[in-house]
Design a protein around this ligand. Structure first.
Ligand code: SF4
Length: 512
């Protein structure tokens, strides 16, 4: 996008362009955290948001899940009142919040708005602890996470800073996290046990002292005519993926050293030495096998590959599972974020090469585990190896064996027949198109170029999980439900067909 005359581009003004002073902006909680991650990110978010890569469907799904948890958490505070004012109406939100704070009959305020030192925040939950002239409050930040992260402490610290600066008497602050140990018993979710309280009152104390200085720096960054120059590296991915990664790395070479797999410390060391591409890695550098293969950028087949491939028994089943992991458990006996298997695909290859596919996909809102397991046992029968890609299927089968004790013996026999293709490839084959990754989505197109995922509506597991939830729990239109069902079946089928093609391609490598 071409910036209007007189305005600096995202990365700096064009030579000779007159500079307009940047408009002052108000900081927020998310902008402050962006600025803590990277000053350039903060600048681009405000001055050049169009340079960001839009969130993908998996990220959107995570955001939606977080919002849902925020809404459910409010039910822990009966009588609490929501400041039901849109994000752009800050003055109205401040006014309404002040009104609710002054009303002793309001035990909690949701999405209350506060402003101090040029920072505007909305607080998930403010719980009134005492009324009258000595009235005090507790600040509660709701997270869909199951553990406290460093970024959460800074998040709560900034809110505490703003609320205290705005004159509120805070007696405490902390996080409401998801309690992974909660086992849902059926019926209404026990909100007291679904959430776990982490008091951060003591911990945020030392962080408060950093805030005025950090804010001064961030305001100076935003007042500059151009984005600060910051070299992209590991900081771009933590604590959050930066949406400007593609923008900041657009001029990097194809074999940029940052993509060397393995130790990030080694990558940082090499970058510190001014090395920018794989080819420039000095010969004496201590590298793992994979790193050496990536540097050499050549196809490699181990002499032992054939010996491993012949250990498979026909008929060979090629099996892949899809799961969804609801933060708020939906089925009795399950925990938050427990992986619930929802579909499988099995491509069965006979000794003569004949290939057929069988599949299962849950389409109702009832617990799918029993139907999943029974149909799977019928499909894999009692004969042949079961080819999988990673240990994920084993973990799910083990979970099913616990949840369905009457099927335990049969499920354990299935586990005994698993034949994992991933460690075989890791140990015996490499192709430059892997780019150091052994993900099936990277490996399959390299070995079987006709196999791609780009034509699929669903292209990765996170989206599949979200779409399953939509199909079963949200979509009311049968046309939409059927469209999702088809997309899910095609996606899971592709992963299993990929295993067939990878095995066949590896065989050809041995024969060659
Ligand atoms: S990609 Fe990295 S360097 Fe660029 S703005 Fe984001 S965090 Fe900063």
């Amino acid at each position: 996008m071409t910036p209007p005359t007189g305005a600096p581009s995202a990365d700096g003004p064009s030579p000779g362009e007159p500079l307009a002073p940047p408009k002052p902006v108000r900081l927020s909680k998310s902008r402050y955290l962006s600025g803590r991650q990277c000053h350039r990110r903060l600048y681009l978010e405000i001055r050049a948001p169009e340079s960001a890569t839009p969130p993908d469907r998996a990220t959107q799904a995570m955001l939606e899940a977080g919002n849902e948890i925020g809404r459910v958490a409010r039910d822990r505070y009966p009588g609490g009142v929501l400041v039901n004012v849109g994000p752009r109406q800050s003055a109205e939100a401040l006014r309404r919040t002040a009104e609710l704070l002054a009303d002793p009959g309001v035990p909690a305020v949701f999405e209350g708005a506060f402003e101090f030192d040029g920072v505007f925040v909305r607080v998930d939950i403010l719980e009134r602890l005492a009324s009258g002239p000595e009235q005090t409050w507790r600040l509660i930040e709701v997270k869909s996470s199951t553990r406290v992260r460093e970024v959460h402490r800074h998040d709560v610290a900034l809110q505490t800073y703003v609320l205290r600066g705005a004159g509120l008497s805070l007696a405490g602050c902390g996080l409401l996290l998801i309690n992974r140990d909660y086992v849902y018993g059926g019926g209404a979710v026990d909100l007291a046990r679904l959430f776990a309280w982490e008091d951060l009152t003591e911990e945020v104390g030392p962080l408060l002292a950093e805030i005025p200085g950090a804010l001064t720096e961030q305001k100076a960054v935003l007042a500059a005519p151009a984005a600060p120059v910051v070299e992209p590296d590991a900081h771009c991915h933590s604590p959050y993926e930066c949406p400007f990664w593609a923008h900041c790395t657009r001029d990097k070479p194809a074999r940029w050293i940052f993509h060397l797999p393995g130790s990030s410390r080694l990558v940082a060391q090499l970058m510190g030495q001014g090395i920018t591409t794989m080819e420039e890695i000095p010969p004496h550098t201590k590298l793992t096998v994979v790193q050496r293969l990536v540097r050499e950028n050549v196809e490699w087949t181990s002499r032992g590959l054939r010996q491993v491939l012949v250990t498979v028994h026909y008929p060979v089943h090629h099996l892949d599972f899809e799961t969804f992991m609801p933060a708020i458990p939906r089925f009795a006996g399950t925990r938050p974020y427990q992986a619930i298997p929802t579909q499988w695909s099995n491509y069965i290859e006979a000794q003569d090469g004949d290939l057929r596919q069988e599949a299962f996909l849950a389409t109702e809102s009832a617990d799918p585990r029993e139907a999943f397991a029974v149909s799977l046992l019928a499909s894999v029968g009692a004969a042949g190896s079961i080819c999988v890609y990673s240990q994920y299927e084993q973990a799910i089968l083990e979970g099913l064996a616990v949840a369905l004790p009457h099927l335990k013996a049969e499920l354990l026999r299935v586990i005994d027949r698993l034949w994992d293709l991933l460690p075989i490839i890791r140990a015996h084959y490499y192709h430059p198109r892997f780019d150091g990754s052994y993900s099936i989505k990277q490996v399959a197109p390299a070995l079987a170029p006709s196999l791609d995922y780009r034509d699929l509506e669903i292209q990765e597991g996170g989206v599949a999980a979200r779409e399953f939830t939509r199909m079963v729990f949200e979509a009311t239109d049968w046309v939409e439900r059927d469209r999702i069902r088809q997309a899910l079946l095609e996606y899971c089928a592709r992963d299993t067909l990929a295993m067939v093609e990878i095995r066949r391609a590896l065989w050809r490598k041995c024969a060659g």
